[in-house]
Ligand binder design. Structure first.
Ligand SMILES: Nc1nc2c(c(=O)[nH]1)N[C@@H](CN(C=O)c1ccc(C(=O)N[C@@H](CCC(=O)O)C(=O)O)cc1)CN2
Ligand SMILES: NCC(=O)N[C@@H]1O[C@H](COP(=O)([O-])[O-])[C@@H](O)[C@H]1O
Length: 215
């Protein structure tokens, strides 16, 4: 088994991706979730972490004068755990260049679209309004460019005729809960890495879409 991989998870909301990561842990998995940090005190994900016996912290962005000081407070808490990996799981704040540089290559995010399409927010509505036939989610390395980092893995879904945003959101969520634990495990096992050229899996450069799963 690989050496333990200390992970800190950042959240802002319900934490279903955090829960999927927690549920993926077993004696074969080297991932050790050392702490969960939320920028919102009301995040239900904090309760999920506490139920799993994971240390939790709240760092509210509204308590800080600017993004740099907020990020510095995050980093101070995160670095206590000396993480090999920081996981954004529904974390809804844009991180500063200083934060991204500090964790470069060991910072992952789950995004609810087939990047590079629909960076930012409100992705499901945008895909439906565009009349797309496919949609999905992406795990990517985080860079200074918002949702622009190299993709590690994507889940591709067919959009059903007249599919409602609620149904699509649920299907994408379910797909996220498959690909995020997979990508995090690959990283912990030393299989997934960020190189100069992009995301690498087992020493091979991944395509811009990352490792594709059709679900
Ligand atoms: N430097 C980076 N920071 C973050 C990235 C990234 O790729 N580079 N990914 C995001 C996650 N994300 C989409 O996947 C995302 C999160 C938040 C926002 C956003 O516009 N946030 C607003 C506040 C919104 C709110 O509080 O509800 C803001 O920060 O002003 C866009 C995309 C995480 N950070
Ligand atoms: N741009 C970032 C973004 O929209 N992230 C999305 O927030 C949700 C968090 O759900 P969760 O709190 O239940 O994991 C997830 O669907 C994730 O893709």
């Amino acid at each position: 088994m690989s050496a333990p991989c200390n992970v800190v998870v950042l959240i802002s909301g319900s934490g279903s991706n955090l829960q999927a990561l927690i549920d993926s842990l077993d004696e074969e998995n080297p991932v050790r979730i050392r702490a969960v940090v939320s920028n919102r005190a009301e995040a239900l994900g904090l309760q999920r972490a506490q139920a799993a016996g994971i240390e939790t912290h709240v760092v509210q962005h509204r308590d800080f004068a600017d993004r740099e000081s907020f990020d510095a407070a995050l980093m101070e808490i995160i670095d206590v755990h000396q993480p090999q990996l920081v996981v954004l799981a529904g974390f809804m704040r844009i991180l500063t260049p200083g934060f991204v540089r500090h964790y470069q290559g060991r910072l992952l995010n789950i995004h609810p679209s087939l990047l590079p399409k629909y960076k930012g927010l409100d992705t499901h509505r945008r895909a439906l309004e565009a009349g797309d036939h496919e949609h999905g989610c992406s795990v990517h390395f985080v860079t200074e460019e918002l949702d622009g980092g190299p993709v590690a893995v994507q889940a591709v879904l067919r959009i059903g005729a007249d599919e409602e945003i609620g149904a699509l959101t649920e299907r994408v969520h379910a797909a996220e809960h498959i690909i995020y634990p997979l990508a995090v495990r690959w990283f912990a096992d030393g299989r997934l890495r960020l190189a100069e050229q992009g995301a690498m899996l087992d020493g091979d450069l991944l395509p811009p879409t990352g490792y594709l799963l059709r679900i």
